[in-house]
Each structure stands twice: as structure tokens, then as C-alpha cells.
Design a protein around this ligand. Structure first.
Ligand SMILES: Cc1cc2nc3c(=O)[nH]c(=O)nc-3n(C[C@H](O)[C@H](O)[C@H](O)COP(=O)(O)OP(=O)(O)OC[C@H]3O[C@@H](n4cnc5c(N)ncnc54)[C@H](O)[C@@H]3O)c2cc1C
Length: 396
């Protein structure tokens, strides 16, 4: 297994559980697990409201969230099903909210309710809107703790299973019946390879002589933290009504399991796949993205959104104005820069964002080429799916 994020670990766990005779090794390039997307996300257990009914995304989110909550309960991982509201700040958003309600109901999301200002004031006293969708099944969790627990369980299932850090996979040396997965510390011989390398999954697929049908274009998401008293203005989670074309856009307020209040993230093109400072730049990563025609087509299609997102990066005033749409009493002093996350966004050559999970199986390898949000929520269900694909492909 290449990649020690939550998807790689959940997949290794499911394979180890259902095939105790198979020896599993997870190779992670960093000196710790879950150091990238899994460790830089919003920490939200999604309810499955947004996804197209009948899609793999909707099904895995529903199954995965149930299993995740059970997993967290069993292993004592702090989590909370605190609920969220999606706030319509103008009457023009009501029809989109109605559609969201119907979508959620088709996806079997429990307890959805349209609420009006008096009920909004009870749930989130500082939020202001004409109506809201209350989603009581949304929760918060620490996904890094989940990943660490999965690693512990993988090691415990068979005493020959390994979860190894500081093992960057740089090359595949392929033979008829085995592959030497070469890391900077030397080769690891294996019959089968599963690639869950997140932001690098397309590069790892190319190491395996597979030209992936999609490319990863990294998008940076900046968060802000609410200071002192302002943090008291958010009880749980407050989201705007999303644009169906780009549902991951739109900053929201999230209480983390550690108790702080974050707002964000935005989404701007990242000049480095793993650049967690606003000025980080990698010539190689930027060139990789910009020489791909899909990136330019994506920019052309969504240039208006792109400019708006950049404007909010450059102007705190604009960012605060966006936050004030949900909580009018916030001001600039209430907000300070917070963490940064980078999304592995799979983009087709025609510049379309791939919004469903994508897995390719070839010969003796399986490649997870798109695992966007809510992949952390859905990780155990994705892991089970990867296990089924691997079982069939490898004849385990
Ligand atoms: C800003 C942001 C907010 C999000 N919010 C949420 C949320 O609230 N809820 C939710 O469910 N989902 C959320 N997501 C999505 C979720 O975090 C990801 O979909 C999920 O973490 C993907 O897990 P992963 O294991 O595929 O990737 P990663 O966590 O990125 O793991 C991939 C791993 O592969 C390793 N790797 C890469 N190349 C190599 C190599 N050559 N050799 C060895 N190892 C390698 C990396 O170091 C990394 O640890 C969010 C994502 C982002 C970016």
C-alpha cells in the first residue's frame, strides 16, 4: 500500500481483516501518518447531503459515516454528532435549499428539517438568515486519531503486517510475478500494489507505467481561526447554501473536536502539491499542472469563481464580508490566519472536476485516482470497496 493517509490505512485494514494470510505493508513517505489531506482537513463527519443520489459518493458516504462513528465509539476516538445548519441569507437561495433537502432525503440523510429564524436563533444565536436546513447527523472528529488507530489495528491483525513511515516510493521495478517497490531505503518486494498516494496518486500511477485518465491539480484551502470572544459566536457548524456546480466552495464555520472555531477553507490554485505556506512554490508541481490542458480548460470555465477566491485571499476585508453574511456581528479583529489544507482535485483532460471516487485496476495493481471530500468520512467504506476490487483483481 503506497500512502499512509486515511484511505490507504482504511484499505490496508480492510484487506488485512478479510485476508489474514496476506501480508500487508503500508509505505508512507513522511515521518508520520496522515500528514497531508487527512491531517489538514475540516474534521467534519459529513452526512451525505450533497451527493448525487445513486452515485458511489452518496452510497460510500452513507455507509462510511455509520461505520466511522461505530469505529470511533469502539476505540474511544473523540467525536461528536453536533449537527450543522445550512443558512440561506437571502430568499433567492430558498429554492436551492429545497433541492438540497430533497437530495438529502433521497440519500437517506436522517432528521433533515427546514427551519426559520426563531429556530435558527435557538441553534446558532449569532447566525442570521431567512431560513436554514438543519442537519442533525453531521459531526466532528479527529481524522488523524482514526488513521493512527487503523495503523495500530493493521499491525495487530498479523504480526507480519507493517506500517512504515519515512519510506518514499520513488520507482517500481516490475517483474513477471512480483514488483520491487523501490523506496529511498531500498526495495520492498511485493506481489501486488495498491496506490493511495493522495496528492501524488497520478505520479505514482505513472511509476507503474499507467497513464491516468485524470490528473491531480492541487487546490489550496486557507482557514482562519476566530479569536477569543468571537469564538463564542459559533456553537457548532454553520455552512452557506452551496453552488451545485462547485459544492466545495463557500467558507463555513466549524467547531473542531479540540474546541477551536475555524472558518474556511477557500479554494485557490496551489503552486506546490504539499505547500502549507501561502508563498510556497514548486516549479515542478506548477509546471506539471500548467502543462496539462485540463487545468487551462478548468480555469477558463470557472475564471469568475477563481478571481473571487483570489480576491478574498488578498483582501481580509472581502473575506470578513463573506463571513458576515452568516454572522453579521463579526469584524476584522475577530479573525486571524489559521491552518492550510491542499486538496487533490482530479481534473479530466476536458477540464471537468471529477466528483466521484475513481479507482483503476490493472494487472497486479490497483490505483485510487480520486478520493475527494467526503473521503475521510467515507474512508472505511472506500477501504471495503478497495478490498473488493483488490480481491477480484489479484484473486486473493
Ligand atoms: C481542505 C480540506 C478539507 C476537507 N474536509 C473534509 C472533511 O471535513 N470531511 C471529510 O470527510 N473529508 C474532508 N476532506 C477530504 C479528505 O481529507 C480527503 O479526501 C482524505 O483525507 C484523502 O485521504 P488520502 O489517504 O487519499 O490522502 P492523504 O491524506 O493525502 O494521504 C496520502 C498519503 O500518501 C503519501 N504519499 C504520497 N506519495 C507517496 C510516495 N511516493 N510514497 C509513499 N507515500 C506517499 C502522502 O505523504 C500522504 O500521507 C477535506 C480535504 C481537504 C484538503
Amino acid at each position: 500500500m503506497v500512502g499512509g493517509g486515511i484511505v490507504g490505512l482504511a484499505s490496508a485494514y480492510k484487506i488485512a481483516l478479510s485476508h489474514p494470510a496476506v501480508r500487508v505493508a503500508v509505505l508512507e513517505k513522511e515521518d508520520r501518518l496522515a500528514g497531508h489531506q487527512t491531517g489538514h482537513n475540516s474534521g467534519v463527519i459529513h452526512s451525505g447531503l450533497y451527493y448525487k443520489p445513486g452515485s458511489t459518493m452518496a452510497a460510500t458516504c452513507a455507509a462510511g459515516r455509520k461505520e466511522l462513528i461505530e469505529f470511533a465509539r469502539t476505540h474511544g476516538i473523540p467525536h461528536e454528532i453536533c449537527g450543522k445548519i445550512i443558512l440561506a441569507t437571502h430568499e433567492s437561495e430558498l429554492s436551492a435549499m429545497e433541492r438540497l433537502l430533497q437530495n438529502g432525503q433521497q440519500n437517506g440523510v436522517e432528521g433533515l428539517e427546514l427551519i426559520w429564524p426563531d429556530r435558527i436563533a435557538e441553534i446558532e444565536p449569532f447566525a442570521s438568515g431567512v431560513a436554514a436546513l438543519h442537519v442533525p447527523s453531521t459531526g466532528i472528529i479527529d481524522f488523524v486519531r482514526v488513521a493512527q488507530k487503523l495503523a495500530e489495528l493493521i499491525r495487530g491483525i498479523g504480526n507480519q503486517n507493517r506500517v512504515l513511515t519515512s519510506q518514499e516510493v520513488i520507482h517500481f521495478d516490475k517483474h513477471d510475478f512480483y514488483t520491487n517497490v523501490v523506496t529511498q531505503n531500498g526495495p520492498v518486494s511485493t506481489r501486488y500494489v495498491v496506490n493511495c498516494a493522495g496528492l501524488h496518486c497520478d505520479s505514482v500511477a505513472r511509476m507503474d507505467n499507467i497513464e491516468p485518465p485524470v490528473r491531480i491539480v492541487p487546490f489550496r484551502g486557507d482557514y482562519c481561526d476566530l479569536n477569543g470572544q468571537a469564538a463564542g459566536k459559533v456553537r457548532n457548524l454553520i455552512y452557506p447554501v452551496p453552488d451545485p456546480a462547485l459544492p466545495f466552495l463557500g467558507v463555513h464555520f466549524t467547531r473542531t473536536i479540540g474546541g477551536s472555531i475555524e472558518c474556511g477553507p477557500n479554494a485557490v490554485f496551489a503552486f506546490k502539491r504539499e505547500g502549507y505556506r501561502r508563498t510556497d512554490f514548486s516549479l515542478r508541481d506548477t509546471w506539471e499542472s500548467l502543462r496539462y490542458p485540463g487545468t487551462w480548460k478548468l480555469f477558463l470555465r470557472h475564471w469568475r469563481y477563481g478571481l473571487q477566491e483570489y480576491a478574498r485571499v488578498l483582501s481580509k476585508k472581502l473575506l470578513v464580508r463573506q463571513l458576515q453574511r452568516l454572522i453579521p456581528s463579526l469584524d476584522a479583529e475577530d479573525v486571524r490566519p489559521g491552518k492550510i489544507g491542499i486538496r487533490a482535485q482530479a481534473v479530466t483532460p476536458k477540464g471537468k472536476l471529477v466528483d466521484d471516487f475513481q479507482i483503476e485496476a490493472r494487472d497486479n495493481s490497483v490505483h485510487v485516482l480520486n478520493a475527494p471530500s467526503p473521503a475521510a468520512t467515507a474512508s472505511l467504506a472506500i477501504g471495503e470497496h478497495v478490498n473488493k476490487v483488490a480481491t477480484k483483481q489479484f484473486g486473493l
